[in-house]
Design a protein around this ligand. Structure first.
Ligand code: AMP
Length: 282
């Protein structure tokens, strides 16, 4: 695996590979790599000639008071994980390389899809995500970009951004990797002490309970399902629930349940703000 710090260096290498007819798969990450990231690398490895991953803790997607400074940075371990999973080129730009003038003068702004749920709790977050993914896709020019369903709203926002900006890349959503108790793997799980780690399993338990209300009890009122998931979270004293909702493909709350839906949940668990989701078909 080769590591690249500059846009020019990575572009030079990839241009040659593309000229030779190689397909390029890309996995953008913020590092602190875990088995969830590894699954994306492996998916790209299985389907593309060349696998590129990036590690960049993007300041534009963090709000004031969020964990930008404390976000785990574990580059040495990360490069071993990436190399083991078959990454060919690891792009690790500095902030200065990505945003040489500090804040860029041109930005990608996400309207409706980025305003609700995570966007409501983290104003500007999806503008920052869309900006960095657009920029990284312009640098790497991949055929396919692999992203986790774990960040469901992010996946929807990025798909729409690619469509709106006519970026020539296919966004591939990949299933969520979980610990044995159902907790979705996340770099932020490292913030949890043993008690909060135990409590965090309630997020997945609440999603399962919501799905069960639909499948086993025939509940058809979306707000009742949301309330049920919130009540499961509320039973865990170490958790502060933020939202628990059923949404359709456009992230709207449907009046009635039908088709492909997503149960989405967010909660503060001690020092970590965690999100999760699962799909249900009605
Ligand atoms: P991050 O480093 O948190 O920005 O995540 C980089 C990519 O990995 C994003 O597309 C995430 O959705 C994805 N990802 C994070 N956690 C998981 C997980 N548990 N399973 C699958 N993909 C994940």
């Amino acid at each position: 695996m080769q590591q690249h710090d500059t846009i020019a260096d990575l572009r030079h290498i990839l241009a040659g590979l593309r000229r030779a007819g190689k397909s390029v798969g890309f996995v953008p990450t913020m590092g602190a790599l875990h088995a969830g990231h590894r699954s994306l690398f492996q998916r790209a490895r299985a389907n593309c000639d060349v696998v590129v991953a990036s590690i960049f803790v993007n300041p534009l997607q963090f709000g004031r008071g969020e964990d930008l400074d404390s976000y785990p940075r574990t580059l040495e371990k990360d490069s071993i994980v990436a190399a083991d999973a078959g990454v060919d080129h690891l792009f690790v730009p500095t902030e200065r390389e990505m945003y040489p003038d500090g804040a860029p003068l041109t930005n990608v702004m996400v309207s409706r899809l980025g305003a609700s749920w995570e966007g409501a709790h983290r104003p500007g977050h999806f503008d920052g995500v869309a900006m960095v993914v657009a920029k990284l896709c312009n640098i790497v020019q991949p055929d396919r970009c692999y992203m986790g369903e774990k960040d469901w709203q992010q996946l929807i926002v990025v798909r729409r951004m690619v469509w709106d900006l006519s970026l020539p890349v296919q966004i591939i959503g990949c299933e969520t990797m979980r610990d044995a108790d159902g907790l979705a793997l996340s770099s932020r799980n490292r913030y949890l002490d043993p008690d909060h780690r135990r409590a965090a399993a309630a997020l997945h338990a609440a999603l399962q309970a919501g799905a069960q209300e639909i499948a086993a009890h025939g509940e058809s009122d979306p707000s009742a399902i949301g309330a049920h998931m919130m009540s499961v979270l509320a039973n865990e004293p170490l958790i502060e629930p933020q939202y628990a909702v059923v949404v359709d493909g456009d992230l709207n709350c449907p009046e009635h349940l039908s088709g492909e839906l997503r149960l989405m949940i967010a909660a503060q668990v001690g020092p970590a703000r965690l999100i999760d989701n699962i799909g249900v078909a009605v």
